[in-house]
Design a protein around this ligand. Structure first.
Ligand SMILES: Cc1ncc(COP(=O)(O)O)c(C=O)c1O
Length: 390
């Protein structure tokens, strides 16, 4: 098997190797069932690091053209030992290791989207904004009357009443959460940022789904993390590939959106959630579960991964931006166990606490009993919009 590498090319070496092996398979020079050279021998022959070969083989595996067999090496895929689950059916062509921010930055995209929203007649599909509740003005007036906390600072973790209400809401979703596990944040973007900065240092590997929410990638890039994008399958993140990267790269965090994944819309099954958590436990890798769209589902969804977490490995993030109103900037983070205090202290340094008024409005809204009705209406409208789109 001859592979020529162009070391001056902008294309990474592992992709050159992937392309060459793919074309050998397409041309028939490598046949179904043929064994590929071992990682060590190919690395020696091509004078590259073993990780380069591992990356090339991982991408080929994600492409569904080769398959690893326990203890025997890598083989060109055949019907007999094809790894059915490894063939993503709608994952975009991508490189598993995400090298550079692709194209526009989060800042550019965010600012462009905000400007675009101001244009007359614009239907904004960029952020998943909800229609605000009809009685928001009355709720805000009541909140202003009832809050005497505006004239002083509050705790960094947020108001106790609101934390109680959020905890109750989460208990309904199957989470075993108390007010001491919760921190109210400035939207879930801040929750992601607090958690990612806590778990990840510059140079650490981090696993994300590919594709994923661009605002999360932006935080990781800003931290100097090295990002591994595991392709999505119709069931969720490709778990076989995830395991390989957990084994080979020892990542410091797995970032996942388990319900109504942005941007694919996919909700993972109970089994997928359990398997993902089991892998994280086996390789002792914390999970950051972003559940920004929980509540907008048309059909019942399984309990979040956090509900299955008995080892405090999962940090859970939610928001009122997608179900109520994004401008109030109220989200939350659930941290059970030893990481809570460090994340809370980081929150204090960021902005002391979330606006007392914003917290009071959300709290008043949750207390008013209108939230269930509003959510039902929102879902009905979303189904209608979805049907029109299709
Ligand atoms: C998956 C996901 N997580 C988090 C966020 C951040 O939302 P916010 O900071 O408004 O809570 C978004 C926004 O679009 C998102 O799509």
């Amino acid at each position: 098997m001859k592979i020529f590498l162009d070391r001056r090319s902008a294309k990474p070496l592992y992709l050159q190797i992937r392309d060459r092996i793919s074309s050998l398979i397409k041309s028939g020079a490598l046949q179904s069932g043929d064994r590929l050279p071992s990682i060590r021998s190919l690395a020696q022959r091509l004078q590259v690091n073993k990780l380069t070969i591992i990356e090339a083989y991982n991408v080929l595996e994600a492409d569904g053209v080769i398959c690893a067999r326990q203890g025997s090496g890598y083989f060109v895929n055949t019907q007999t030992f094809a790894c059915a689950n490894l063939q993503p059916t709608f994952s975009p062509a991508q490189n598993v290791i995400i090298k550079e921010p692709g194209g526009n930055s989060f800042f550019d995209m965010h600012v462009a989207a905000v400007h675009a929203q101001a244009q007359p007649g614009m239907i904004d599909l960029s952020f998943g904004f909800p229609r605000p509740p009809k009685n928001l003005t009355q709720i805000a007036k009541r909140a202003l009357k009832e809050t005497n906390a505006l004239s002083k600072y509050d705790l960094p973790q947020g108001q106790l009443t609101l934390r109680r209400q959020i905890a109750q809401m989460l208990v309904h979703q199957g989470l075993n959460v108390s007010t001491e596990d919760l921190i109210v944040t400035n939207g879930s973007e801040q929750a992601l940022s607090l958690a990612m900065s806590h778990f990840v240092k510059a140079g650490d590997w981090v696993i994300v789904e590919t594709p994923t929410y661009f605002g999360a990638i932006a935080i990781l890039e800003n931290l100097g993390a090295k990002i591994i994008g595991i392709p999505m399958t119709p069931e969720g993140m490709n778990l076989e590939l995830l395991e390989q990267y957990l084994r080979s790269h020892h990542p410091k965090l797995i970032y996942t959106i388990s319900t109504l994944h942005n941007p694919t819309g996919l909700t993972t099954t109970q089994a997928h959630r359990q398997n993902l958590l089991s892998l994280a436990e086996q390789y002792e890798c914390p999970i950051l579960e972003d559940n920004a769209y929980e509540g907008l589902n048309f059909e019942p969804v399984p309990a979040p991964i956090k509900a299955l977490d008995t080892q405090n490995l999962v940090t859970y993030v939610g928001t009122f931006s997608k179900t109520l109103i994004p401008g109030l900037r109220v989200g939350y983070i659930v941290v059970t166990g030893k990481h809570y205090q460090a994340i809370l202290e980081r929150k204090l340094l960021h902005d002391v606490h979330v606006s007392t008024f914003s917290q009071a409005i959300i709290s008043e809204y949750l207390a008013s009993g209108h939230s269930r009705l509003h959510l039902n209406q929102l879902r009905a409208e979303n189904i209608q919009s979805r049907n029109i789109m299709l």
